[in-house]
Design a binder for this molecule. Structure first.
Ligand SMILES: Cc1cc2nc3c(=O)[nH]c(=O)nc-3n(C[C@H](O)[C@H](O)[C@H](O)COP(=O)(O)O)c2cc1C
Length: 338
């Protein structure tokens, strides 16, 4: 699987998730078998570029290649400028977000809200490709969409063809409409139809939660790759499980609690270092919650853990909880419940 000149280790992608797929989490997923990861979106509004949040999102130090940065916005010239800025800052691939239904994005008619304005979609794609996708320093520009604005207006095929014509190198389709938000189940018929209507690589996304589902989605859609978001939260080893299943048809044994504890420790230490004490303590809580989901007494543990007032104490609480867990359970208790 290639995106432009970048050869990827496999066809298992980490979905961009704002507030989740920061650099430490992307690195971890890649170490555990993901072939590619896209950063959290960066607003194209220049006024926000200097904010601490954007600066952090644009920090790619030590990131495994290729570095893919997602940009969001509705103004073609601002999007073009944002693409250039990110390329200058080390991005090797620019991904355009037309898939996110988040209010913050849609209020300015960006993200998936753009899907109902195909002429504007075309202008944005052309402006970004023109800005960074042509010439001697060209880098690939990719696009992420939903199947349409709502179920009566599924225009993914039209947008895909527009994208291909504009010079987009790869298209990811989340099998829901903008109006669906995250309700119901993702459908793959539209992704199959998109795959059959363009020659550029197509990535299938939405509700891929197990190795079996991954194999099924690849088979029914004919997609070139699959992208996994929520199922990797607190379970970043899902990529190696899927990879193994796709290669061998067999399932890997579930990780032991010992290994989960090691993964979590290295994740949290990276996380604290990346965010610093104040933000690190607070933003680590959601990851810890995901790792512990389904474990015995995890609800009470989470409440306790939220009272830790520094990162060291938080990490100690997590380790105490896992040590306690190991004293009266094996790996199955964790994974069956999760
Ligand atoms: C917390 C969260 C944040 C997200 N942020 C983004 C984002 O910044 N850009 C984007 O294109 N999609 C974003 N998404 C959508 C995901 O990339 C993905 O398309 C969606 O979660 C469906 O895949 P899944 O079923 O594997 O989670 C986000 C999803 C979640 C749950």
């Amino acid at each position: 699987m290639k995106i432009g000149q970048h050869l990827l280790a496999n066809r298992l992608f980490v979905a961009p998730m704002a507030g989740v797929t920061d650099r430490p989490f992307r690195q971890l997923c890649k170490k555990l078998g993901a072939g590619y990861a896209v950063s959290e979106m960066i607003a194209s509004n220049a006024l926000l570029w200097k904010s601490e949040k954007t600066q952090r999102r644009a920090n790619h130090e030590g990131e495994f290649n290729p570095i893919a940065v997602q940009i969001a916005g509705a103004d073609p010239q601002m999007m073009a400028a944002a693409a250039q800025l990110n390329r200058d800052n080390g991005a090797q691939i620019i991904d355009i977000n037309m898939g996110c239904p988040a209010k913050k994005v849609c209020n300015v008619a960006a993200g998936s809200a753009l899907l109902r304005d195909e002429p504007l979609v075309q202008q944005i794609l052309e402006a970004v490709v023109q800005a960074v996708g042509v010439g001697p320093d060209a880098i690939p520009v990719t696009l992420k969409i939903r199947t349409g604005w709502d179920r009566e207006n599924k225009n993914a095929i039209a947008v895909a063809q527009l994208a291909e014509k504009a010079g987009i190198s790869m298209l990811t389709v989340h099998g829901r409409t903008r109006a669906d938000l995250y309700h119901g189940e993702a459908e793959y018929e539209t992704i199959t139809a998109v795959k059959n209507s363009v020659a550029i690589p197509v990535v299938a996304n939405g509700d891929i939660t197990t190795p079996e589902k991954a194999a099924l989605v690849l088979q029914v859609t004919g997609a070139d790759a699959i992208m996994i978001g929520r199922a990797a939260q607190g379970r970043p080893w899902i990529f190696r499980e899927i990879d193994y299943f796709l290669k061998t048809g067999d399932k890997l044994p579930t990780p032991q609690i010992n290994e989960i504890q090691e993964i979590m420790n290295s994740h949290l230490i990276d996380h604290y270092e990346f965010y610093g004490e104040y933000v690190g303590l607070r933003t680590a809580r959601k990851h810890i919650g995901w790792y512990c989901k389904g474990l015995r007494d995890s609800h009470a543990f989470r409440q306790r853990m939220n009272t830790a007032d520094d990162c060291k104490a938080q990490l100690q609480m997590v380790n105490d909880f896992f040590t306690e867990m190991k004293s009266h359970s094996d790996r199955l208790l964790f994974l069956e419940a999760a």
